[in-house]
Design a protein around this ligand. Structure first.
Ligand SMILES: Nc1ncnc2c1ncn2[C@@H]1O[C@H](COP(=O)(O)OP(=O)(O)OP(=O)(O)O)[C@@H](O)[C@H]1O
Length: 600
């Protein structure tokens, strides 16, 4: 599925985006204002020391040439070393504090976004596949962490350092100040321009890289199907094609980076040459002492670091602003509308009524998935839902779960419209088993309890016993502590469905929805399923979705959908004996042939 892209930054939106980025920065950093203050003090002190330290060398040279005392020279050397050590310590503290502040701030944002994503509507999740959301919640937030820790702190720090060095150079000699200020500005502009040229090849390289990893993900996910269907040759061919495009792009990108590096080294070498010539000239003119002449050269050497850093940070700002925008877009995606003043959830089991319900996905161009669907299910009864693939069965269940809102008609629970109830609270009392059970890389216990430590082992064992699964559990190497692999590796799809049944018993919901819940069970397990269903549906309202009418022995009512419309609805036993009933006909067909032929 293609991800619907988040909007691009438009130039006229930039001031607003800067304002929003500033607000985001302020919100994120305000709770840590004391740490930020500490960081500012350390950063400014380190910058001051970096500018001060070379002055000691200048003093050392001038004192040595003037034949000053050895004692003074030793003290100057000692002070120089002590300040150099302090600068190193300051750099370590600055890095530690800036990373710590940034990660604490962005972790709050990560949690906030993950929580927001979990509560967004299903249509949103259909438009934004998991990969793109991981990129928003993790990739963009990591870029923001860099923005907070590096951009703000390093850009400000390096700008101050650059300014400080230039001011000192102006004090050393105005001519040195003018020439080296022009050199710094020119070099910064030149390197930024060059970098923009180098960005093109890297962008193209990253595009193919994303294609490569996307393809890898697809292949790994469907490796069994690919191998079983002999598609390995096709896969290898696709790999080969991607790699063939990838290599030349990488070579061009590396070459552009090398050229950028060489230009940068060349510019700074030129700067050193200019500084050396200038210092020599001023010394020969006797306008500067040898120590001051050396300082001009030394400070010029110091200039290269902040210039390089400022260039990097200025380029990073565009990326960071794009991340800010994507993060804000996600944060501002509206959550589904919940009842403002929800009616308390009635005591289960509940009666359910659909009246003239009509629903279609996404846009008006799409056909109706459900049309004029009506039924009345009394509390504690079970509705068996039949129909061919695509007839709308799962859609009906999704509407009942409140995952989508119908565009026509109304759904009520104990006579209360579904949208007057708090859906998150309601879902706490609903249990769903589908054909693809989601299992986690965790112990069997955590998989059964959904990581709820309050549920005791006795409770779990009682539920397993109820479903006649204790013997199966005893066969597992470590019982409830048995670890399941990723995607439930270690147990079969049928066993996963049995576990999903146990989950429901532990949850003790008022409404049970089983959507092709027995599709992966073998015939022996299906017998088990009959008994399990009895336990599961006892005292609960239920909805069983299936293609096989013979698995609906527990149902009180039957509803058959075709193309989203109800084509048959009534009491199971009445339909069973009705000569025109599709349900009755299919079952009679089975009885005559002795096979399960009468599927929908
Ligand atoms: N997320 C979706 N977006 C757009 N259309 C969808 C979506 N899910 C289902 N549909 C469409 O809605 C119609 C009903 O689908 P639904 O999944 O409810 O059928 P079903 O009876 O449960 O099928 P099956 O027995 O194969 O599970 C189909 O035409 C399907 O293509």
């Amino acid at each position: 599925m293609r991800s619907r892209p988040f909007p691009l930054t438009l130039p006229w939106k930039l001031p607003l985006l800067f304002k929003q980025a500033g607000q985001l920065l302020y919100d994120a950093l305000y709770p840590q204002r004391k740490q930020v203050l500490g960081l500012t003090v350390v950063l400014f002190s380190t910058i001051g020391l970096q500018i001060l330290d070379p002055q000691i060398i200048g003093y050392f040279i001038d004192t040595a040439i003037a034949g000053g005392s050895q004692h003074l020279l030793w003290r100057a050397a000692g002070l120089y070393l002590a300040i150099a050590l302090l600068i190193q310590a300051g750099t370590v503290v600055t890095t530690y504090l800036s990373e710590r502040i940034a990660w604490q701030a962005t972790n709050r944002l990560r949690l906030d976004l993950a929580h927001h994503c979990l509560h967004l509507t299903l249509p949103f999740h259909h438009q934004h596949p998991p990969g793109s959301l991981v990129d928003r919640v993790d990739g963009d937030v990591t870029l923001l962490a860099r923005f907070f820790s590096q951009f703000v702190i390093h850009l400000i720090g390096n700008l101050l350092l650059l300014l400080g060095i230039l001011v000192v150079l102006w004090f050393q000699h105005p001519l040195a100040g003018i020439i080296l200020t022009l050199f710094s500005g020119g070099t910064l502009a030149f390197l930024c321009g060059l970098h923009r040229i180098a960005l093109g090849p890297w962008g193209r390289y990253l595009q193919v890289s994303a294609e490569y990893f996307g393809f890898m993900g697809e292949v790994l996910q469907s490796r069994e199907d690919l191998v079983a269907n002999g598609a390995s040759r096709y896969v290898m061919h696709r790999f080969y094609q991607i790699l063939q495009r990838w290599l030349p792009l990488y070579q061009t990108a590396r070459l552009s980076s090398t050229l950028l590096w060489a230009s940068s080294v060349g510019s700074f070498t030129l700067g050193h040459g200019i500084a050396l010539a200038l210092a020599a000239y001023l010394w020969r003119q006797e306008t500067l002492s040898l120590g001051s002449a050396y300082l001009i050269f030394h400070y010029t050497q110091l200039l290269s670091d902040p210039i390089e850093r400022i260039r990097e940070e200025l380029e990073g700002i565009q990326q960071a602003l794009a991340s800010v925008q994507r993060v804000l877009d996600l944060r501002h995606t509206p959550l589904p509308r919940h009842a403002v003043d929800p009616v308390p959830i009635p005591v289960a089991p509940w009666s359910i009524e659909f009246s003239q319900v009509g629903f279609r996905y996404d846009t008006a161009e799409q056909p109706w998935a459900l049309q004029e669907v009506s039924f009345q299910l009394p509390a504690g009864q079970v509705l068996g839902l039949l129909g061919q693939s695509g007839s709308g069965k799962s859609t009906l269940a999704a509407l009942l779960l409140g995952l989508y809102q119908p565009q026509q008609g109304q759904i009520t629970l104990e006579g209360i419209p579904l949208n007057h109830l708090s859906l998150p609270a309601l879902r706490q009392q609903m249990g769903v088993v589908t054909q693809s059970v989601q299992l986690f890389q965790a112990s069997l216990r955590d998989n059964l309890t959904f990581f709820n430590p309050v549920i005791s082992d006795q409770h779990i064992m009682a539920a397993l016993d109820h479903l006649h699964l204790v013997d199966w559990l005893l066969g597992l190497p470590q019982g409830l502590d048995t670890m399941l692999g990723a995607n439930g590796e270690g147990i079969s799809a049928g066993q996963a469905q049995m576990l999903a049944f146990t989950r429901i018993l532990l949850k003790n919901p008022g409404l049970v929805i089983l959507d092709e819940a027995a599709s992966r069970l073998d015939p022996t397990a299906e017998q088990w399923m009959g008994q399990a269903l009895k336990s599961l549906l006892q005292g609960r309202t239920g909805l069983i979705i299936t293609h096989r009418p013979q698995t609906l022995q527990q149902a009180d009512q039957i509803l058959i959908l075709q193309g989203g419309k109800v084509v048959e609805y009534g009491h199971r036993l009445t339909l069973l004996s009705h000569p025109q009933s599709q349900y009755g006909q299919r079952l009679r067909q089975d009885g005559q042939t002795g096979k399960s032929a009468g599927q929908f």
